[in-house]
Design a protein around this ligand. Sequence first.
Ligand code: 3PG
Length: 308
Amino acid sequence: MAKKILVATEKPFAGEAVEKIRTICSEAGYEFILLEKYPDHSDLVNAVKDVNALIIRSDKVTREVLDNAAALEIVVRAGAGYDNVDCAAATSNNIVVMNTPGQNSNAVAELAFGMMVYMARGQFNGKPGTELKGKKLGIHAFGNVGVNVARIAQGFGMEVVAYDPYVPEDAIKEHGVTPLDSVEEMYKTCDYISLHLPSIPETQRFVNRKLLSIMKKGATLINTARKEVVCEDGILEVLAAREDLKYASDIMPVKYEEMQEKLGNRVYSTPKKMGAQTKEANVNAGVAAIIQIKDFFEKGDTTFQVNK
Ligand code: 3PG
């Protein structure tokens, strides 16, 4: 019987990405099923019933979803962060979970710069702003997105440093970036700090009041990572006390209204996570996802498995 592949994306891929996935499915003899912009989690729970593979974005793949998917063998998160998948539940159901590392990282990095320029120019309010050239940028976590951020920053003429205790110093230096061994030093000395931490137990509210309060005068914090890695109350409190600091986020803060009331145009959030929302990133991540599924079904390839 033909394998059934469900693409379930509450926030849809660009049409070109969907068509490419559909074509690869049909050439491989798989049945392609599409569930987009679904209004409720229960729609996903119902849709997975008899599928063999699932491609998602930030869609929440809970235990309920996985327990309801008796034929499911593999879930591929078309993107980097897989904090939206209950990996323990997948493992206990014998389901492989993969991500597609690096496929959307340039898109996220470009958005980080869009946000830096937007904040440096007072949210385009017509008043004099500042430039990125000559400023110091701190990259907090130097993975695939961090590498792209470094490359673009060099084009802007910024000085670039990075803090990532999990990446060897030489691997950071290779990109013309100065590695720091103290996160405090980064927050104390950088004009811009760009967050690229995954949301894992060790990083929950990592950017806390203490780090925020030592930020350099006039600095801007850019979050295109996850809302869980910052302490939102800390941002509210520290930015209310320090009128020189700014915060821009690609993940709507829970207290965004209160932030806007108290902090005015020193705070900004996209209405919906936009980092990976480009045609190129959707094609890259979506095609990588279906190829990984094909390689898994046809060759047993588990290279990108994250729930080992
Ligand atoms: C990721 O982890 O890959 C990014 O946050 C993109 O997420 P999205 O696919 O929900 O836009």
